[in-house]
Design a protein around this ligand. Structure first.
Ligand code: HBI
Ligand code: FE
Length: 294
């Protein structure tokens, strides 16, 4: 016998990063279609012509500045999204993505709480916000929208080693949450999945979605002399505070996605214990001996 999917709007609370007096952007009720795991139908039919046009213009502008700044894995996978002149239907992306790495994307109304977020990742489901920014927010938006989530994150999920890293992050996240270390681990996500740099034989490149989906930060992260660049070190990274509303003051550099995957193989419990006696490091501050020129 079929039981109806458990829609649990009571358990579905909106979340925002940073200042908590900012009202949440997405609609988390939607007449009860948001599920207990925070996923919902994409409702593709509700996008307007203006919405599709915003996506198309963002895609064009951003795709044009990738050469020499984005990593090869991203540049090679971007065309696999398959659609660039409108907001894609998530199902059409899933056909290819699932075949490539076993991942799928699922629609969510916006930022979701830590534990359901980790749980989706641990199950190789990547939450993609379904709404798009307004034309007046074309250049800048604090919360992730469908352009950031799709264009920024999904191409990298076609890379097998990176895709495995994101799942491992989800699995580690569930454990970190139990150990009260969710915030520390979230910093690792921030400085890798969102704002990571990788050293390719032909130079430094971006793989983080926050960089790849931003007009201005791509140049700043890869080419500017302003920010510090440090080799990725788990303890250093998880001690480092971050800002969500400015370009990053420091970036962490990896040598390969396999390195990222291997670094996160050990149990983090001792690391979390070590972090308890280490002070947080403000964004942009160097420790003695660090050059910031990785
Ligand atoms: N929710 N939709 C969405 N997208 C994110 O990137 C996201 C989130 N919730 C929590 C979160 N990220 C971070 O706190 C994770 O690092 C835990
Ligand atoms: Fe993101």
């Amino acid at each position: 016998m079929d039981t109806p999917a458990a829609a649990a709007p009571a358990a579905v609370t909106p979340v925002v990063y940073g200042a908590s007096d900012r009202p949440p952007r997405g609609d988390y009720s939607r007449g009860g279609v948001v599920q207990a795991d925070y996923t919902c139908p994409q409702d593709w039919a509700s996008y307007t012509a203006a919405d599709h046009d915003t996506y198309k213009r963002l895609y064009e502008r951003q795709a044009a500045q990738l050469p020499g700044l984005a990593c090869d894995a991203f540049i090679n996978a971007l065309p696999l999204l398959g659609v660039k002149d409108r907001i894609p239907r998530f199902e059409e992306i899933n056909e290819r993505l699932h075949r490539a790495t076993g991942w799928e994307i699922v629609a969510v109304p916006g930022l979701i709480p830590e534990l359901p977020f980790f749980t989706l990742l641990a199950n190789r489901k990547f939450p993609v916000t379904d709404w798009i920014r307004k034309p007046e927010e074309f250049n800048y938006i604090v919360e992730p929208d469908v352009f950031h989530d799709l264009f920024g994150h999904v191409p990298m999920l076609f890379d097998p080693a990176f895709a495995d890293y994101v799942q491992r992050y989800g699995q580690g996240g569930i454990k970190a949450h139990e150990l009260g270390a969710g915030e520390k681990l979230a910093r690792l996500y921030w400085y890798t999945v969102e704002f990571g740099l990788i050293r390719q034989p032909d130079g430094l490149r971006a793989y983080g979605a926050g960089i790849l989906s931003s007009v201005g930060e791509l140049q700043h992260a890869v080419c500017s002399n302003e920010p510090h660049r440090l080799p990725l070190d788990l303890l250093r990274t998880m001690r480092t505070l971050y800002k969500i509303d400015t370009y990053q003051a420091n970036y962490f550099v990896i040598e390969s996605f396999a390195q990222l995957f291997d670094l996160t193989a050990p149990d983090f419990t001792p690391l979390y214990r070590a972090l308890e006696v280490e002070s947080d490091i403000p964004a942009g501050v160097l420790l003695p001996g660090e050059t910031g020129k990785a």
